[in-house]
Write a protein that binds this ligand. Structure first.
Ligand SMILES: [Zn+2]
Length: 134
C-alpha cells in the first residue's frame, strides 16, 4: 500500500510491534486483559502470545458460562486490538483502555443476550453481575 512504518507499536510508542507485544506486553493490553480476567473473577499475567493461546486451548473447554465468556471476550480482544492499531495508523483515532473494555463488555452482552443462564450457580450469578447480563 506504499505505507512505511518504523515498526514501533502505535498503541504505546515504547516498543517494537510484534505479535507478543501487540497482544500481550503493550501497556494498553496488559490493563485490558487484566480487566477482562477481573470481570471473570480470575487473575493471570499475560506473559506471551504462545502462553495465552496454549492456556486458552488447554483450559477453556466445555460449555460453562465462564468458558463461553472467555472465548467471546478473547475473540473481541484480539479483533479490537488489531482494529485499534489500524485506527491509530490510518484514522488518527485513539481509544483508551476503558473505551476498549466498554466495547468488549457490550459485545459480550450482545452475544449472550437471550441465552438461558443458570443463575442459581454462584459463579454464573457473579459473572452475570460483573458483565451486566440481564
Ligand atoms: Zn505497545
Amino acid at each position: 500500500m506504499g505505507i512505511t512504518t518504523e515498526g514501533t507499536c502505535v498503541n504505546c510508542n515504547n516498543d517494537m510491534e510484534t505479535r507478543n507485544h501487540l497482544f500481550c506486553r503493550c501497556t494498553l493490553v496488559i490493563r485490558l486483559w487484566k480487566s477482562i480476567l477481573s470481570l471473570n473473577g480470575l487473575k493471570n499475567a499475560t506473559s506471551s502470545w504462545d502462553y495465552m493461546v496454549t492456556r486458552a486451548s488447554s483450559t477453556w473447554k466445555g460449555k460453562s458460562l465462564l468458558t463461553i465468556i472467555l472465548k467471546v471476550a478473547w475473540t473481541i480482544y484480539v479483533y479490537i486490538l488489531w482494529e485499534e492499531r489500524n485506527y491509530r495508523i490510518f484514522k488518527d483515532r485513539h481509544r483508551s483502555t476503558e473505551d476498549l473494555l466498554k466495547v468488549i463488555i457490550e459485545v459480550v452482552r450482545i452475544q449472550l443476550k437471550g441465552r438461558n443462564i443458570n443463575r442459581a450457580d454462584k459463579t454464573n450469578y457473579n459473572l452475570c453481575i460483573a458483565w451486566g447480563l440481564a
